[in-house]
Design a protein around this ligand. Structure first.
Ligand code: HAM
Length: 403
């Protein structure tokens, strides 16, 4: 039997309604915050992800959908959206032109991870990237926007925040951390032993309980921030306080991608199991320059759409669609024309086969329609059509003269 690839799935029925509802309304919110839509290709040169996400990250090391195309080019299906947007930003010379640029995007991402609940190999992100502003007001704006999105859909969440420092203070912290971890090598897992050499701050993020216990007493980035990073982080917390946005400071929050500097954040839900991160992001002031562009500060985020769909409470009747059928085929032309008029305001499904009332109601229910309209001899005599509201459970005759 033909099957979808492991970790990849079709989205249909109520999930596809929720999917479109989420993308549509998140896009509206992003536009209100001044973000414009950008569409970048799903595949990019592998080197782009290696350089931006980082050679030592799990994403690049273990999870890339990488292949050589027919022209011999080393290509990768995007594991995330930021790298492609930054590539486009540089390629289109926005860095040279200067000014502020804000983009939002959504689409498939690919990571060859071990599939489990909430973790897929093909998944969707809704994300935003803002370029040209170093003031932490922009970080606050981004956090407020994500919160607005989750509040719109009634999704409960906790905001976790940390500062990862900059190129001035991060190396001092890394050295202090390496010194601390070197002494604990025997107890740390094999992966963390490798991380000490490749990317020691990822040890702070290890899920193994022995490693978690050790890092409880490790040096903390917050204590090692330079004065500029410390001031920025304090300012960010103040702005969030002033705007009554609740957060938790998580000193071990490091994120799985290497490009972050300064503020990093995650939104988590306690209603969806172990894959609890529903959004992640932060500042990445060095990435544009690192990829060959003119130095430009930037900050952004991405929401994991599949994880959020689980949390959106919505029933398909909310689309208020109409099912319309007839008791005798001779009335089909009439209901077909009537459907055309009804479609000006609603989604309408026409049943072409004549059926009895009970079967029409079943058909309407199967299509998750809110209203079931049925036309028969009696209704024609009264120049009307029978209608049942399947949510409120009431029925009435509606005059055909009104259409
Ligand atoms: P990320 O934390 O790797 O960040 O991913 C963002 C979100 O995508 C996660 O919080 C999660 O909800 C979802 N996600 C990640 N992996 C999977 C998976 N295998 N299955 C289902 N959902 C998943 C980024 O990707 C950054 N590009 C975010 C960013 C934008 N930072 C700055 N700008």
């Amino acid at each position: 039997m033909v099957k979808a690839l492991r970790g990849m799935k079709d989205i249909f029925d109520i999930d596809s309604i929720k999917f479109n509802y989420f993308i549509e309304n998140s896009s509206k919110i992003a536009k209100k915050y001044g973000f414009g839509y950008i569409e970048t290709p799903i595949a990019e040169e592998t080197a782009l992800f290696k350089r931006s996400v980082g050679e030592s990250s799990d994403i690049v090391n273990k999870e890339m959908y990488q292949f050589i195309d027919k022209g011999g080019n080393d290509i990768c299906l995007r594991p995330e959206g930021t790298a492609g947007v930054v590539r486009s930003f540089i390629e289109n010379k926005f860095d040279k032109a200067g000014g502020v640029y804000r983009f939002y995007y959504h689409g498939q991402m690919f990571r060859y991870e071990r599939p489990q609940k909430g973790r897929f190999r093909q998944f969707h992100q809704f994300g935003c990237e803002s370029f040209g502003i170093s003031d932490v007001y922009e970080d606050a704006l981004i956090i407020m926007m994500i919160k607005d999105i989750f509040d719109f859909f009634g999704i409960k969440h906790t905001i976790k925040l940390n500062s990862l420092g900059c190129s001035a203070c991060m190396p001092t912290f890394k050295n202090a951390l390496i010194e601390f971890l070197d002494e604990k090598k025997e107890t740390l897992c094999e992966d963390c032993n490798n991380r000490i050499k490749t990317n020691p701050i990822r040890v702070l993020d290890c899920k193994i309980s022995e490693c978690k216990e050790i890092v409880k007493n490790s040096p903390k980035m917050r204590e090692n921030l330079c004065s500029s990073c410390d001031e920025d982080f304090t300012k960010l917390l103040n702005i969030l306080d002033e705007n009554r946005i609740k957060y938790e400071i998580d000193l071990n929050l490091v994120r799985g991608l290497d490009y972050y500097t300064k503020s990093a954040f995650e939104f988590v839900s306690d209603e969806i199991g172990s894959q609890s991160s529903i959004a992640g992001g932060g500042r990445y002031d060095k990435l544009v320059e690192f990829l060959g562009g003119k130095s430009t500060p930037a900050v952004g985020f991405a929401i994991g759409v599949e994880r959020v769909l689980e949390l959106i409470k919505m029933n398909s009747n909310e689309q208020d669609s109409i099912y319309i059928g007839c008791l005798d085929e001779k009335y089909l032309p009439k209901i077909f024309t009537l459907a055309k008029k009804l479609r000006q305001n609603s989604t309408v499904f026409v049943e072409y086969k004549a059926k009895n009332l009970k079967n029409h109601l079943k058909g309407a229910d199967k299509l998750n329609a809110r209203y079931c309209y049925v036309l028969g001899e009696n209704e024609i005599e009264q120049n009307s059509i029978w209608m049942k509201d399947l949510v409120l459970k009431n029925e009435q005759l509606i005059s055909l003269g009104g259409f």
